[in-house]
Design a binder for this molecule. Structure first.
Ligand SMILES: O=C(O)CCC(=O)C(=O)O
Length: 291
């Protein structure tokens, strides 16, 4: 675990310092069209309630790579140096492949704020897994009460397991896949963190997070990095990832509509899964090399 300095939680834009709260309001209240390439995800049970929009309903902002303020997190030197230690060398080309600001609003009682146990590699069409790593930073105190990360140590040495939607009575958020037939009695470690603490983990590590049983939000920011000199896109057709790739393609078509492409044309566009990831990747150090 690494603790970042205070500065990373302030958003420095055009020479002025935006407080974290101002930045959050800007995103939550802006019309979708202001951020066409970001995916703004809403909690499935809250979206049906009185809080249809805004911070109370949003669970995730994905793909913030083109937002210079948020992307500063991915470039933060203490994070980048640690990632280079884990998956590269000082001269490696590092690419940010997946960026997320995760907001866990108070649970409605349906337990939809949980994140099922999964392996991040399930989502990625690039390999080798040993040259991909996630940095996940707590933006406030994160504990068992507000839904901290839970991990199963040692599982990064295993294989990618088949995933699907868990059969949860209260519903499951879009694209929150979990390991199929997961044995919930498997011992887990609760990762309680202070604001600014950062965990780094392997894409095969089995992890998830609990429900937010408090009245406050639980925010974290994360970036998945790949060593762009050593990682390459793979064809996921015929693998356990193929079905998910169609679901992600549908989410991408919705984004295209937000960017101005009409629904009928978006439906007919063939999307290659690797291309979807090429579009969200951004170099952090050096060039994109293979990615
Ligand atoms: O922040 C969390 O609760 C877990 C997020 C996560 O594991 C993911 O989005 O893959």
């Amino acid at each position: 675990m690494h603790t970042l300095g205070e500065g990373v939680l302030n958003w420095n834009k055009d020479g002025r310092v935006l407080t974290r709260d101002q930045k959050q309001c800007e995103i939550c209240e802006a019309p979708k069209s202001a951020f066409p390439e970001m995916t703004i995800m809403r909690d499935v049970s809250i979206a049906k309630s009185e809080f249809k929009a805004g911070e109370k309903a949003i669970t995730k902002l994905q793909d913030f790579q083109n937002d210079e303020v948020l992307f500063d997190y991915c470039r933060y030197p203490a994070v980048v140096d640690t990632i280079k230690d884990l998956i590269g060398v000082p001269t490696s080309n590092l690419t940010a492949m997946h960026t997320m600001l995760i907001n866990k609003p108070p649970d409605t009682g349906s337990l939809t704020s949980r994140h099922p146990m999964h392996q991040d590699l399930h989502y990625f069409p690039f390999r080798p897994a040993d040259f991909i790593a996630c940095a996940w930073t707590a933006m406030e105190v994160i504990n068992r009460a507000n839904g901290c990360l839970v991990v199963v140590p040692g599982t990064h040495k295993g294989h990618l397991l088949p995933h699907g939607y868990p059969k949860w009575e209260g519903g499951v958020n879009k694209a929150y896949h979990g390991i199929q037939d997961y044995d919930t009695s498997t011992p887990r470690t609760y990762v309680e963190m202070e604001a600014g603490d950062t965990v780094f983990f392997h894409p095969l590590l089995i992890h998830g997070s609990g429900a937010n049983r408090t009245a406050g939000f639980r925010k974290a920011i994360s970036c998945h990095y790949a060593n762009a000199d050593l990682c390459k896109y793979i064809d996921i057709k015929g693998t356990t990832q193929e079905e998910l790739s169609y679901e992600i393609a549908d989410i991408t078509r919705k984004k295209m509509q937000r960017a101005g492409i009409d629904a009928d044309s978006a439906k007919t566009i063939e999307l290659d899964y690797a291309d979807i990831w090429r579009a969200r990747a951004r170099a952090v150090t050096g060039s994109r090399a293979n990615l």
